[in-house]
Ligand binder design. Sequence first.
Ligand code: PLP
Length: 447
Amino acid sequence: MKKQFERPYIKKIRAGIPSKFGMSVHNEPVTHIDNNPVPELIKQFGSPLFVISEKTLRETYAIEKRAFQTRYPRIQLAWSYKTNYLDAVCRVFHQEGSWAEVVSGFEYDKALGNNVPGSQIIFNGPYKTEEELRKAIGNDSFIHIDHFDELYAIISIAQNSDKKPKVAIRVNMDTGVYPMWDRFGFNYENGEAWDALNRISLDNNLELVGLHTHIGTYMLSTDAYKTAMTKLADLAARVEKKHNKSLKYIDIGGGFASGNTLKGAYYQGRDIVPGFDEYAEAITSALINSELNPSKLPLLILETGRALVDDAGFLLGTVIANKRLSDGRRSTIVDTGVNILFTSFWYEHEIHPAKSTSDHLEETTLYGPLCMNIDVIREAVAFPLLRKGDNFVIKRVGAYNMTQWMQFITYRPNIVLIDMEGKAHLVREAENLDSVRGNERIPDHLK
Ligand SMILES: *Cc1c(COP(=O)(O)O)cnc(C)c1O
């Protein structure tokens, strides 16, 4: 085949001096995902296309489980639905033994629909309707109370019910990471958490089962987890002493960082974020070194979302066009917009061509297909010249994109799960005109 012409250019050699993009710049192609050639996937399922690797999901789960299980005798993972509530993804984690962690009535029903027993659903969040609370109480789910108004609502439901609600409180605290997440749950430092625990402990209609916190997301500090666990264990020890009651569990929430790179960060995320072992070391050492009675140590629950699913998600796309901007910079327009890649607002996503192209990398701006100025996938990335129709792969998009995406200007695309044998399954169909218009109603006078 005839080689395509590529504009020659002069490149300054600066051996040994890091460029804006680090020491040496390569962009290795990502040609396959779990043995499936990228162009084949796009041919079969369209572009853009989300692809989820079941193998990576299960392997990542096993790494986290091992990291905690080798350091603490009793652990339980609870899958954070909002991070990715595709049924196929949830079911992989449930098969691995995960409970469900939900933050709305919708997510609660989704977990039931995935055959999770009510007694393995943790109900978090600042807003649970009375009806949702009744349902969760009836199903023996764990309710994590966010504020006093919710506590009083549950007390009132329990007074007229033969079920004893299983409750925990969410606690927020100063972990040394600012801004502090103090809007959810009861504060540790100002005494509200202790007050709530005493009120619950003195109410015979309620069963106090645990303590919960979720200190933030993409947390780079393992020390923050150590501080959080120290404070939770202190509360649990005080309950043990004052009310002569051992808590069943302490739930340290989620928030572990994935390998993505935050905007403006100097180092690549995958080079600097702590691994599961480091988080596990911080959390479990604070727990086993606490004042808690060693013969009745609580179950340690983890609600890891992002760090479990991000690496398993890929977004495949196609180049629409190239053009030069007014300052001479190259821009490439691609079919993956910010409407389906929400996380591009805070990550510098890794983007690779799907086949080997030129070794010449040039600073390029990657624009999405939307007629909207904010539709920028990467402001400046060292990128080879891809031509119209060429495919590329965006890595680490499994967390939050498939739940926070929006239907805006274009349809949301297909999602495919590649199973352990390398077989691709369509797990969510792309939208179409009917599915988007389905909920609309036209008033008679406009018909
Ligand atoms: C979002 C959320 C999680 C998961 O957080 P990640 O940062 O994705 O790990 C866990 N628990 C609660 C209560 C949450 O709101």
